[in-house]
Ligand binder design. Structure first.
Ligand code: HEC
Ligand code: HEC
Length: 206
């Protein structure tokens, strides 16, 4: 009798565990830490404030690298210092990969509308570069559709134009120096503020 009860209990516990893990998988339940990130990046990684980057659909190894660099203070531009250093400090090292994979697996942001004139000029730069200043085409590394090239050339498609503009400014002023930033320091130094605005408008529409 007692034996029977126990095996029924164990059976119940086992099927409950199976049920819970099964459900968690299907619904891509966010790791608990994501509740903190959601205030700015959105629960699905699509942010509604253009200063805060979309993380949805971004490459997972790139996200992991950036979170590590906020944590170890090597990404040290003004918004990193004032906001993301503190945020990254709350993510335990063994959760960084889980958080990165969660955001990477979400559908990327929908393309946004921008002024047609800016978009047309930005498309030229993105697709073909600027011959007169030896500026390479952005698509060579970020992909023809702007979805990035694994592992570390980040997605730009659909990203907020404000965020892209800010980052190109940080690279240009050598305020963002972590990872492979030196590539972007060189490229952004060739872009005028007007060209930065144009290319940032174009990537928002991808
Ligand atoms: C208060 C708003 C805020 C919160 C909350 C926040 N972030 Fe951020 N996040 C930002 C800002 C602003 C930036 C841009 C930082 C910069 O320019 O260096 C950023 C940048 C990032 C980036 C780099 C994206 C890229 O394309 O390079 C990652 C990754 C990131 N955040 C992850 C997180 C995670 C994970 C959490 C939750 C633990 C979180 N953030 C919480 C505001 C926030
Ligand atoms: C030779 C390769 C290469 C080319 C060409 C290139 N990029 Fe990049 N870009 C990178 C790499 C690598 C990074 C990531 C740097 C890091 O490790 O933080 C990056 C990062 C960026 C970021 C920051 C993304 C984020 O989420 O924070 C922006 C914005 C960007 N590039 C825009 C451009 C634009 C615009 C062009 C064309 C004018 C361009 N890139 C051309 C390699 C390239």
């Amino acid at each position: 009798m007692i034996r029977n009860l126990w095996s029924r209990k164990i059976g119940f516990v086992a099927s409950t565990v199976l049920l819970l893990t099964g459900t968690a998988h299907a619904a891509k339940t966010p790791p608990a830490i994501v509740a903190t990130c959601a205030a700015c990046h959105g629960i699905n990684g699509v942010s509604i404030i253009p200063t805060f980057p979309d993380l949805a659909g971004q490459l997972s190894p790139y996200l992991t690298a950036q979170i590590r660099d906020f944590k170890n203070h090597t990404r040290a531009d003004p918004l990193a210092k004032s906001i993301m250093w503190g945020m990254a400090a709350t993510i335990p090292n063994n959760e960084i990969g889980t958080v990165a994979r969660y955001f990477a697996s979400q559908n990327g942001p929908a393309s946004g509308a921008e002024s047609a004139a800016l978009v047309a000029a930005g498309r030229k730069i993105f697709m073909g570069g600027i011959a007169s200043t030896n500026t390479p085409a952005c698509m060579a590394c970020h992909g023809p559709n702007g979805r990035g090239l694994p592992p570390l050339f980040p997605r730009l498609a659909g990203q907020h134009a404000t965020y892209v503009t800010t980052q190109l400014g940080y690279f240009k002023q050598r305020l963002r120096t972590n990872g492979s930033s030196s590539i972007m320091q060189t490229i952004s130094s060739k872009l005028t503020p007007k060209e930065i605005k144009e290319v940032a408008a174009f990537t928002r529409t991808l």
